[in-house]
Write a protein that binds this ligand. Structure first.
Ligand SMILES: Nc1ncnc2c1ncn2[C@@H]1O[C@H](COP(=O)(O)OP(=O)(O)OP(=O)(O)O)[C@@H](O)[C@H]1O
Ligand SMILES: [Mg+2]
Length: 311
C-alpha cells in the first residue's frame, strides 16, 4: 500500500495504516452503537463527525484501548488495541471528553505527576512540564490550582498532559466543546502545530467547521457506521450542487437558495431573482458541511429541535 501523509511525505511501502477497522460491532446492553463499521486511515489528521449519541466516544474508547469490541478487526498503528494494549498505550495518548486532571493540584503539579506516572525521571518530567506549559501559554498560571482555571485553560492543560509521553497518535474526544470562539481558535492553532510536527490526530467533533479547518479527512458517523468520508472539499463535491446566496446592500445574507448545481438550474433561479428582486446582490457558493450532513443523513447534524424544546 502506498500513501502520502498529510504533510506530503511519502510513507514507507510497508508502513501499516494509522487505523484499520473492518466489520466492527459494539453494543452497550441491547443498544447496538457501532454496526459493521469499516475504515482505513493513513497518518494525518482525521475528524470523526457525528451528533450526540452517534457513538463517537464508544469508537474512540475502543481504538484507544479503554474498552473491548464485540467483534470485527481493529488495528491501530498495526496493533490490536485490546490484545496488544500495553504496547499500544506507549504510542498513543487520549484526551477524553471528560478529562481527568486533579483540580486540587496546580497545573505544574499535574504535569509533573503525570510525567512520573508515564515513567519519566524527575528532571525529565520537570523539563517536559515546563516546555508544554509554555507551548500552551500556561506558564504564568502554572502554580495556580487547576480548580481556578477557565474552561479554555483546563482544556489546554488536558491536552498538554496527553502530550507528555510524545505520542505518535493523539486521540481528542470533542476537544473544543463548550469553549468560546477565541479559546477554540487557540486550541485549533495548537492542534495544527502538532500535526505539522508529524503527530497524527484522531479527533471527534460535533462542529462541522472544526472538521473542515483541522482535518485532512472527515468521517461522518451515522447509524453505527461511516456513511461518508473524504476531505471536506470531497464531501462537498459528493453532495454536488451550489447554493445561491442573496445579499442586501450591506452584504448581509437574506436568503439561501439550494440548486442542483447545473448551469441551467442556477440560471433559472437567477432569472427568477432578477425579476422578483432586481436590486439583490448574489453569490454562488459550494454547500457548507452542515448542508452536506443534512443531505447525507436526511437530518441536521445536531438534534436542535430537542435542544430547543429543552431550553
Ligand atoms: N457505558 C454505557 N452503557 C450503556 N450505554 C452506553 C454506554 N456508553 C454509551 N452508551 C450509549 O451508546 C450510545 C453512544 O454513546 P457515545 O457516548 O459513544 O456517543 P457520542 O457520539 O460520544 O455522544 P456525545 O456527542 O454526546 O458525546 C448512546 O446512546 C449512549 O447512551
Ligand atoms: Mg462522546
Amino acid at each position: 500500500m502506498t500513501y502520502t501523509d498529510s504533510r506530503g511525505a511519502a510513507a514507507p511501502e510497508d508502513a501499516p495504516p494509522l487505523i484499520h477497522v473492518t466489520g466492527l460491532r459494539k453494543s452497550h446492553g441491547r443498544h447496538r452503537v457501532l454496526d459493521d463499521l469499516t475504515l482505513s486511515l493513513p497518518p494525518g489528521v482525521h475528524a470523526l463527525l457525528g451528533p450526540n449519541g452517534a457513538g463517537k466516544t464508544t469508537f474512540v474508547s475502543i481504538l484507544s484501548t479503554l474498552i473491548p469490541r464485540d467483534s470485527g478487526e481493529v488495528r491501530v498503528l498495526g496493533l490490536d488495541p485490546w490484545a496488544d494494549r500495553r504496547q499500544l498505550q506507549r504510542l498513543i495518548s487520549l484526551t477524553g471528553q471528560h478529562a481527568a486532571v486533579d483540580e486540587s493540584l496546580s497545573g505544574e503539579e499535574n504535569m509533573q505527576l503525570m510525567g512520573r506516572l508515564f515513567g519519566l525521571s524527575r528532571s525529565r518530567a520537570r523539563e517536559r512540564s515546563e516546555a508544554l506549559l509554555a507551548r500552551f501559554g500556561l506558564t504564568e498560571h502554572a502554580r495556580r490550582r487547576v480548580g481556578t482555571y477557565s474552561g479554555g485553560m483546563r482544556r489546554k492543560l488536558d491536552i498538554a498532559v496527553g502530550l507528555i509521553p510524545e505520542p505518535r497518535l493523539l486521540f481528542l474526544d470533542e476537544p473544543t466543546t463548550g469553549l468560546d470562539t477565541r479559546s477554540r481558535q487557540a486550541l485549533w492553532d495548537e492542534i495544527q502545530a502538532l500535526a505539522d510536527q508529524g503527530t497524527s490526530v484522531f479527533l471527534t467533533t460535533q462542529y462541522l467547521e472544526e472538521a473542515d479547518v483541522l482535518a485532512d479527512q472527515v468521517l461522518v458517523l451515522h447509524g453505527g457506521r461511516i456513511i461518508a468520508s473524504g476531505t471536506a472539499e470531497e464531501l462537498k463535491a459528493q453532495v454536488g450542487g451550489s447554493t445561491i446566496e442573496l445579499r442586501d446592500d450591506a452584504g448581509h445574507v437574506c436568503e439561501e437558495i439550494p440548486t442542483g448545481g447545473e448551469v441551467d438550474d442556477v440560471a433559472r433561479v437567477l432569472h427568477g431573482v432578477a425579476e422578483s428582486r432586481p436590486g439583490m446582490r448574489v453569490t454562488v457558493r459550494r454547500p457548507s458541511l452542515d448542508e452536506v450532513f443534512l443531505q447525507l443523513t436526511g437530518a441536521p447534524p445536531t438534534d436542535q429541535i430537542t435542544e430547543e424544546a429543552l431550553s
